[in-house]
Design a protein around this ligand. Structure first.
Ligand code: PEP
Ligand code: MG
Length: 585
């Protein structure tokens, strides 16, 4: 039995037989053809490109239909590349001038482009390199007549293993036949992981040399909750995981009943549970899972989901839709958090060397005022339609906050001049997601009405660990005492200064942290909608003195390992099923 640790990218447990997708990066020989064959090679090339475009369009439509518009976007880039003359013309020229086969010309050009992207050294471009290689395989497949992928021919449920699954391969996975997957490469933010979560199958990425360890047909377990893959499990492991899967299934069933119950501790303290959303349509899921409003609306997805810059009306329509769906509940709009791994690097003529420390978020907005003002106008216009709060991301200095407020005032004046109504008393808040903001919370408290702690970034900036890099993923944890001390100090300040406070990083949705966050004093959590019942279940099973005792105990630890093991032990005592996995047992 081999146990391989990777990165948990999509939850659940799958037990079954391995299906190994080999390296699709087959060697293409350099072959020269006779002069009279050149025309035929060109024709083959044009046909393969046209057929690949048709395949991709179908794949895009199917993905949009089955998984939604967001995962389908992945194929836009592929289709765009196959129309790009700066890529296609040199291939045609190479066939004409060098008399090489279409296969060789395609393979050498695509691989050169992929290594160019890889050489750019950041995650966004590395992802693009994978997209290019994916496309290379597709066009070669068409050229070689390999129209049916082995994946599409599956007849019985399997767990797919690959060095790296491409987005198109992942989208082809039929959940009726593929019950889980694991890859050597990749991380939580790769396209493939996004698709896995959308399909809803357990998955583990970043398993390093896993595919070297197994053979097709091996018995395997993929534990997507803990990021563990077990090859050739012994009877005891099989029994343990089967038990785990059964208890998880009945736990999930019982959770559906919890959604409509109030989020109140056993001793009567109310905790407000809000949803994090990227698109207004997710509000249905927030409400179905028992959320009481939206604590974080990541509006940058308006940009990421479109090729053109959204207009004021695009913004306004999205906010109006959200307000309507919320029907009187609060909508917390976070202004554009573009930059770093989102949007700007893709469009930059000169990508930044350290984009996470660069021109992202509020910094980017302050350098692109027309774009920022367009959004602020739309938010203010929508503020008369229902309860809206606005919150600014990545504030790290007082100057930034003051400048931002001045711009908001300017926009208010413009609306006044135009006679457009808005809510003058719309609450203004900021994310606390950089250590400088956490450490200066007391002075910021005088300038805003509310704080929301964004632990996803607070962790990466406190611990100097890139949140999307699988090679340092083991260092990225909210249980680090330094992160907890910062959270604690913000809670203390907010209480003393009477500043409204919530937390909206991923840990707000992890049942493991619920008792600790409540024990530290948080009473509003904003989280991924599907996790609301899990967290609510914990809240309803505990009382405040128990949580406060836990928080005091955790405060005395000096390592994240101690913190995590204590959190696990305590949660196991109150809601054992909530642990969702058995790693560390
Ligand atoms: C955060 O940083 O914790 C946060 C909620 O924002 P995002 O994940 O969008 O960066
Ligand atoms: Mg953030």
């Amino acid at each position: 039995m081999d146990v391989v640790k990777g990165i948990a990218v999509s939850p659940g447990v799958a037990i079954g037989r391995a299906f190994v997708l080999g390296e699709a990066d087959e060697h293409v020989p350099h072959r020269v053809v006779a002069a009279e064959e050149v025309g035929h090679q060109l024709e083959r090339f044009e046909r393969a490109v046209a057929e690949s475009i048709t395949d991709l369009q179908q794949l895009r439509e199917r993905t949009a239909r089955e998984l939604g518009a967001e995962p389908a976007k992945i194929f836009e880039f592929h289709i765009g590349l196959l129309h790009d003359t700066s890529l296609l013309t040199p291939i045609r020229q190479e066939i004409e001038r060098e008399h090489v086969t279409a296969e060789w010309a395609v393979s050498s050009r695509f691989k050169a482009l992929a290594s160019q992207f890889k050489g750019m050294g950041n995650e966004v471009f590395r992802q693009k390199a994978n997209d290019v290689l994916d496309l290379d395989r597709r066009v070669l497949g068409r050229l070689q007549g390999a129209t049916e992928s082995r994946l599409a021919q599956l007849t019985e449920p399997v767990i797919v293993f690959a060095h790296e699954l491409t987005p198109s391969q992942a989208a082809l996975l039929d959940p009726a036949k593929v019950i889980g997957f694991a890859t050597d490469a990749g991380g939580r933010t790769s396209h493939t992981s996004i698709v896995a979560r959308a399909i809803g199958i357990p998955a583990v990425a970043g398993c390093q040399r896993l595919t070297h360890l197994l053979e097709e047909g091996d018995s395997v377990i993929v534990d997507g909750d803990n990021g563990v893959v077990i090859v050739a499990p012994n009877d005891e492991a099989l029994e343990r995981y089967s038990r785990q899967r059964r208890s998880m299934e009945s736990f999930l069933k019982s959770l559906r009943e919890v959604a409509d119950l109030p989020a109140v501790t056993r001793d009567g303290t109310k905790v407000t549970l809000l949803g994090n959303i990227e698109f207004p349509r997710e509000i249905e899921s927030v409400l179905a899972n028992g959320g009481e409003g939206v604590g974080l609306y990541r509006t940058e997805y308006l940009y990421l989901a479109s090729d053109t810059e959204p207009s004021e009306e695009d913004h306004f329509n999205a906010y109006r839709k959200a307000i309507e769906l919320l029907d009187g509940r609060t909508l917390t709009i976070r202004t554009l958090d573009l930059g770093a791994d989102k949007y700007t690097q893709l469009r930059a003529e000169e990508p930044e060397r350290n984009p996470f420390l660069g021109c992202r978020s509020i910094r980017y907005c302050l350098q692109n005022l027309p774009m920022f003002k367009t959004q602020l106008r739309a938010i203010l216009r929508a503020s008369v339609l229902g309860p809206i709060k606005v919150m600014f991301p990545l504030i790290s200095t007082m100057m930034e906050l003051r400048q931002t407020r001045l711009i908001l005032n300017d926009v208010m004046e413009e609306l006044d001049e135009d006679g457009v109504p808005f809510d003058r008393r719309m609450p203004i808040g900021m994310m606390i997601e950089v250590p400088s903001a956490a450490l200066m919370a007391r002075v910021f408290a005088h300038e805003v009405q509310f704080f929301s702690i964004g632990t996803n970034d607070l962790i990466q900036y406190t611990l100097a660990v890139d949140r999307g890099n699988e090679r340092v993923a083991n260092l990225y944890t909210g249980a680090h005492p330094a992160v907890l001390q910062l959270i604690k100090s913000v809670i203390r300040v907010a209480r003393r200064e009477g500043t409204e406070l919530s937390i909206c990083g991923e840990i707000a949705g992890e049942a493991l942290y619920t008792m600790l966050l409540i024990g530290m004093g948080l009473r509003t959590l904003s989280l991924v909608p599907s996790q609301i019942p899990h967290v609510k279940r914990v809240i309803r099973s505990v009382d405040i003195p128990l949580c406060e005792r836990l928080a005091r105990k955790v405060g005395s630890f000096d390592s994240e390992r101690q913190v995590l093991s204590c959190l696990r032990d305590e949660l196991r005592k109150v809601v054992p099923e909530a642990l969702g996995g058995i790693a560390g047992d």
